[in-house]
Every structure is written in C-alpha cells, then in structure tokens.
Design a binder for this molecule. Sequence first.
Ligand code: MSP
Length: 664
Amino acid sequence: MKDKNTFYITTPIYYPSDKLHIGHTYCTVATDAMARYKRLQGYDVMFLTGTDEHGQKIEDKAKAAGVTPKQFVDDIVEGKGGILDLWKLMDISNDRFIRTTDAYHEEAVQKIFKRLYEQGDIYKGKYVGKYCKPCESFWTETQLVDGKCPDCGREVQDAEEEAYFFRLSKYADRILHLLEDTDFLEPRSRVNEMVNNFIKPGLEDLCVSRTSFTWGVPVDFDPGHVVYVWIDALSNYITALGYENSQYHDYDKYWPADVHFVGKEIVRFHSIIWPAILMALDLPLPKKVFGHGWLLLEGGKMSKSKGNVVDPVILAQRYGVDALRYFLLREFPFGSDGNFSNEALIGRINTDLANDLGNLVSRTVSMAGKYFEGGKLLEEQAEGPEDAELIGLCAGLRDKYEAHMEKYAFQDALMDVFAVISRANKYIDETKPWVLGKDEAQKPRLARVMYNLLEAIRICAVLLTPFMPGTAEKIFAQVGADEGLRTWESAGRWGSLPAGVTIARGANLFPRIDMEKELKALEELEKKPEEQAAPQAPEKKAEEPKAPAAPEYITIDDFDKVKFVTAKVLACEAVPKSAKLLRFTLDCGEEFPRQILSGIHQWYEPEDLVGKTVVACTNLKPRKMMGILSNGMLISAVKEEPDGTEKLHLLMLDDAIPAGYGLC
Ligand code: MSP
C-alpha cells in the first residue's frame, strides 16, 4: 500500500546515443524542482531518472565507433563529462538512477514479457508496416504524415518481420475512459491529441520484439528476439523500485507514481501504452502524466543531426547553475513550447537575478551592516505606514506559490515570488533607509524597515530553494536565517526571524553580464571546433628547442571572475584543536570585517601577522572548516622542499597599500 506521505516522480530515461543538450536538461531540472519542492513540504520523495540504453541506434553507433554497445553507453553515461556528470553539475537531486542495462532491470523485463505472453496479452505474429529508424518507431500507413514519420518528419522504411505483439487494442476502451474522464494526462490539450490521433482511428496492437538487431533484452523463451524498446523502457519506472527483482524493495512504498514528467513526443507511450501494460499486469496506474513542451531553437527542434544543440555545460559554467535553472523554469510555461536564445537567458539574468533579487539582497544586507553595529538589528522597532502592503504580500505568498506548484506551473510560482522581490525593492525606495539612518531618533523605525526586508527576502529564499538551491543557501547565510528558518512551515509564517537578527554580508549573488560581449563570446564557443577562429601559430624558428606541453589556458574572462583584494589583518588566532588553521579577521574594505581561515599555522605565529597587508580571494564559495565558516582564501606562494614537503609563504604587501584594493 503506497504511503501517503511519499511522492514518486520520474523523468523519462534518456537515450545515451549522444551528449545531452539543454532540452534534456530542461525536463530534468523541472523534475528536480518538483522533487525539491515536495521534500521541502515534508514528503518522502523518490526521484528517479536514468538511461534507456538498448536499441538499434545505439548498436549502430557503437559499431561505427568500433566499440561494443555497452562500452559505448558506459562512456556516455558514466564517462568524463557524461550524463552523470551533467546531472551533478546541474545540482540534480535524484534519489535513484536506473540504466536499462542493469542486470536487475533486464531480469525483471524478461519476467514481465514472459508473464504477458503466458497470459495471452502478448502473442507472436508478423509485423508489416513502416519503421522510422532515427525514432525507433513503428507506424501504420494511417499514422504517417505526408508519408513521413509523424514525430520527426523523416523518411520511413517498409518493414516486415516475425515479431511479438502486445494486445493494445484490448485496452482501448479503458484507455479512452482514462484519458477523457479523468485528469490522468495533462495539460488537457494533449488529451485531444491522443484521442483524435491514436485512439479514434483504432488502437492497433503494438509490436514489442525485434529480430533485426541484437542489442536489447533477449526474449528468454524465443532466442533471436529481443524486447523492443517500450516494454523495456517503460517498465523502468517499476523495476527501479524492485518490481520483479530483488535489487530494491520499495515498490509498495512508492508505487503508483505521483507524476511522470515527459516531453510531448513521448506522451503517446506514457498515456496509452504504459497504462495498458500496467492494466495487463493488473497494477495500479500512475496518478498523472504531464507532457511538457519542447525548447526550440529559432522555432525548430534541437537535434544533434541538425547540429543546433545548445550545450548546458557551457551556460552553467559561465553564468552559474542556478541562473540557468531559474531561466529554464521562469522563461517558458512548462506545458508549452518555448524558444531558447542566449539573449533571453542573459536578459533574464540581468533583470530578474542581478537587478531585482541580487540588488535587493545586497542593498538590504549592506544597509543593515552599515546602520547597526555588528550587523545586529536593534530589537526595539517601530512600525510605519509603508509596512502593511509588503507584509500582506509576503504572508500570502506561500499559499499562492503552492497552488501554482501543485499544477506544475513553475513559471507562475516564480512570477509570484519575483513580484514580492520587486515590491520589496520599491519598499526600500519608499522608506528611504539612508534618510532614516541620519537621525538617531529614527533608529527603531530603521530597524523595522530592515527587519521587514530581511523577512521578505527570507520567505522568498525558502520558496526559491527548489529552483536555486545554492543561491537560497547563500541568501540564508546573509540574512541570518538558520536551519529552522529555511523550512516550508516558516515560509508561511511572517515574523519568524528574531527581531535582533544579525546579518552577514556575502559576495554579490549575480553580477551583471555585458550582453553584447557575452553574445559574441557564446557565439564563438558554440561554433563547431572546426569553425572557430584558428589561433595564430607562432613563427617557427629554425632550431627552436622543443616546446613544453601547452598549458591549459584560461581566458581573460575566466581570470576576471576571480576577485583578489588587498586585506589588512585586524586579528588572527589559532583555531582550537587544529594544528594548521589560523582564523583571520580582515579588513577587505567592506562594510564588515571578513573571516577567512588559512592552514598556515605551521609557518606563522598568529600575533606576527596582525597589522600585515595580505591578498585575499573574496569570491570563493564560503566553506566550513572545523565548523567555522571561511569566507574566502588567503593567497600564498608555495614551494616544494627537497624532502618533498611543501612550504607556504603568505603573500604580503607593502603596508602602505590600503585595504580593499582589487588586484588586476
Ligand atoms: N528514451 C526515451 C524515453 C523513454 S521513457 C520510458 C526518450 N529519450 S530521449 O533522450 O530522446 O528524450 C528524453 C526526454 O527529453 C523526452 O521527454 C524529450 O521530450 C526530452 N527532450 C529532448 N529534446 C527536447 C527539447 N528540445 N526540449 C524539451 N525536451 C526535450 O525519448
């Protein structure tokens, strides 16, 4: 019996025939946001993704590459820069990853196939029809569009072979009822598509085995046949929970799935074939299939063969994973197609993330730091006439957001959060903290203004966690929201931050991007290697000594990303119980002293360093060492000693150089 407090969500399993592109990333990021949202609400979530590794296309590609199909897919799935790496980069929080070549899955597929055969839902016949090789789909004459594949528009071939069939026709009435009379399939427009294009013309039995290739799960009772894609692929959703195998044991806990997210071209398989297979197996049906739209490029589908795929790695590395995640779910309504462009991406980052969110956080935190000693708000606070509207909006935000998220309307949920962010920016302009700050008597009012802003930011950050987990964490650290103030429950409760909260200034969240420069840079990066401007070869001299191996160059833009500043050591002490760590309090020319830990105690005594001018990298991701937060890194020169040990010399500057100067 499925546990009520569980939520089971899946992505399609991806074909590892090529590197994945931004379109695949879109679906996975959406699923991840939903999974994180449900976890935030307190559900026990099972988020499954994986790879669909069998079929002729993979067999052919492996052959062309001169490797076995398994070697071929292993490289794309687990190799460097492969699918697992991509999901790690994109901060995908899947609980399980299934590969259809996993032995437990193959074994379960054989059992499912045999059972369906033995009970008469699968029978042996002859397949005569049309086959689209790139899509690996069989079609009947009536399903073709202008004689071509209805999915990709390419030529189809005549096909005839002995094959097993699944009695899909037997389930036509039940499927029609499921689609028309329940909200099993969403958005609703997809129901009409399924009913008119596939069910009304007559649901035909489905070819479920092949003899023309071998890279598939063998039909164990009839050598020569392999299970053809859909029974193998679709059943991943239950085998990954332990159905007909002993690898996992949580089928009862999680099945039926709460939602399968799938792209629109595979809605047919998920809303007709999959429920029919489950009906035949006498298993409960998933609660919902949601068919999302495609990301298009210049109005057309992205595909490797068209050479117009957008690489998510380039974008995530340049602008940050969270910016890309946010853009994908904010820019396009989830159920519809959307046009991807670099310009839209950069525009969205500059307006929503840099101008609105980033600015709100940095203005608020820097003012709180400037006007209140140690960044700690005065507890005595005074309300004002500008407060009610902002507080009202924040107090009602979680419920509005929830209503959208329950409908998978990510765009609407984000729009509501950003409406509050804009309102909070306007509140700053209305309350003018810089004027209040000049008058000591206004301190309690100023404290309340700062409090309201911090509380608004906190609530928004909780609701942004599913979309931008890393950014939300950085915001929590800045506004002084500890674990208990990052919860779903606390997002619905205005006034959760303590009145005397202490802020901690951090780095700017989203620097503005120079649109023109970036568009050019991206254009260059996204070109095929052979089209990129060739680097100028150095003039070759006659007897030049052999050059050392070329270093891995970084660009000036990469270099510019690292922020080095001059810093004056205000205080320095040894970290208790650590042999290496020193804790520095530094003046980096900022509102507040900055704390950085450095592992140099074996070479320096802390008291000798006080007053020195050193160099700090200030935009390194903060991290904890021995439970203490280090907000940057001090730069040292390092030398290897003859005995193989390393010796560090802290980089020190002329004391005449003031603190807070950037290095270039
Ligand atoms: N292997 C099948 C799914 C089997 S599920 C039991 C498959 N794989 S796929 O790799 O081709 O596609 C996986 C998903 O990526 C599909 O949902 C597909 O719609 C989605 N996308 C691929 N390109 C896309 C876009 N350009 N935009 C949005 N999603 C797209 O189909």
